[in-house]
Design a binder for this molecule. Structure first.
Ligand code: CTP
Length: 410
């Protein structure tokens, strides 16, 4: 079935060169079965004609609060949709939305809706990096707005940098994920009835109140795993170091910072879950002592003595009863050999090994390339794919093994 069949989506387009890509987003949403109602700002109409959207969407494009026969189009749009997608979202629209100011049909609709909202920003790098824009986005995230971050690449005028609208396919994928039926009640989801704990992000080990030892993990893989599990019907607990909106369908988010906090959160819930996926990059060492005050430069370079943290996954392996454990191995050389050794040492049921130095793989990117390793040493090499697809490939494997276990059980 078309993934967005019967869903009503307001597609807000604001004025930037990326507005032309909104045409493809519109077409993809319609192809996915959605009923699409386009709303263009005045700026957007300078880049693409409303007629283009009218021809592709389910209704003629609207461009103003005061045109047409309806006296209050924003409330009708806002109240009668399942999702509002704003792509591209300019700094102005983001700013108005964050501040609660409505001065056109799009911003009025954003304020008049209770439906989920997905914002895909696009702008020049300098604007994207401006603290005002970043603060506005952080505020929207806290309010539960879904943000599809822009990518780096060629921008208008030939500059290269961050701020290019995310790929239309990614934006539509995010819309599908938001509108997938809420999880644990999904009947027929192949993870329905399973309780799953996922960890995400890199831990931070405090040196003093302002400094920490951290790592490059962005949490994207863990979030994709949690999101896919929820979509497939699981009840998901996400233990995370990342300050990001919860993935759709994940109600239980436990924020942590250090390896010790993560260990407490995970081990404390271990008895209540069926599967644990340790996607987080947990520090192996932490400063033996944390300075209560900021260490001053004038005192000269400090000597930081480190001590080991708890290896959470190894601890889970030791305490395992019926739980299924998925580990990650981030390697820079001899990938399968080193990952397999970790797997045996930590009593893991499935190891996802990735070479973090390979292009399109590892930290901060949206794609990954992994090898799945089973306890008997058999490996399955997966091609480079978006992290959300890798998440589903991992769950396909886990589901089939859990089903086999059920068959074996007396
Ligand atoms: N892990 C953990 N607790 C730690 C360190 C790692 O639970 N203190 C988990 C990670 O979440 C991951 C797996 O163990 O699922 C492997 O992590 P990785 O950093 O690749 O391996 P390490 O065992 O830390 O070995 P090394 O750093 O020497 O490669």
């Amino acid at each position: 079935m078309a993934p967005l069949a019967g869903r009503r989506i307001v597609l807000g387009v604001s004025g930037g060169i990326a507005a032309y890509k909104a045409v493809e987003i519109c077409r993809r949403l319609v192809d996915a079965g959605a009923y699409v109602m386009p709303v263009l700002t005045t700026g957007a109409t300078r880049f693409v004609g409303p007629l283009t959207f009218s021809a592709l969407a389910s209704e003629p494009a609207r461009t103003s609060l005061f045109e047409g026969p309806e006296p209050i189009p924003h409330t009708r749009l806002g109240q009668n949709c399942d999702l509002v997608v704003v792509a591209p979202a300019t700094a102005r629209v983001i700013g108005h939305y964050a501040a609660g100011i409505s001065n056109d049909l799009l911003t009025a609709t954003l304020l008049a809706t209770r439906a989920p909202v997905l914002v895909a920003p696009a702008m020049h790098t300098e604007m994207w990096e401006h603290p005002a824009v970043q603060d506005n986005l952080a505020l929207l995230r806290r309010r539960g707005v879904h943000i599809v971050d822009p990518e780096s690449g060629r921008l208008a005028g030939g500059d290269i940098g961050a701020g290019r609208l995310a790929d239309p396919a990614r934006i539509v994928e995010a819309a599908v994920a938001i509108l997938s039926p809420p999880t644990s009640t999904v009947s027929g989801g192949d993870l329905a009835g399973r309780r799953i704990l996922v960890t995400a992000g890199g831990t931070r080990e405090a040196i003093d109140p302002v400094r920490f030892i951290g790592n490059r993990s962005s949490g994207k893989m863990g979030y994709a795993i949690a999101e896919a599990a929820a979509r497939r019907g699981a009840e998901v607990v996400l233990v995370t170091t990342v300050n990001r909106a919860a993935p759709p369908g994940v109600a239980d988010v436990v924020p942590v910072e250090s390896a010790a906090e993560m260990a407490d959160a995970v081990l404390g819930r271990y008895g209540d879950v069926d599967v644990v996926v340790m996607a987080a990059a947990v520090a192996d060492f932490r400063p033996k002592a944390t300075n209560a005050e900021k260490i001053k430069k004038a005192a000269g370079p400090p000597e930081i003595v480190l001590e080991p943290t708890t290896d959470i996954l190894a601890e889970l392996g030791r305490k395992k009863s019926a739980q299924y454990l998925v580990g990650f191995a981030a390697e820079t050389e001899r990938l399968v050999e080193q990952a397999a050794a970790k797997m045996a040492a930590k009593r893991v049921d499935l190891m996802v090994a990735n070479d973090v130095t390979a292009p399109g793989s590892g930290f901060e990117v949206d794609t990954n390339r992994a090898v799945l390793i089973a306890p008997d040493g058999t490996t399955r090499e997966l091609p480079q794919m978006p992290k959300i697809e890798l998440a589903d490939a991992i769950w396909d494997r886990v589901v089939s093994e859990l089903n086999d276990r059920n068959k074996e059980a007396p």
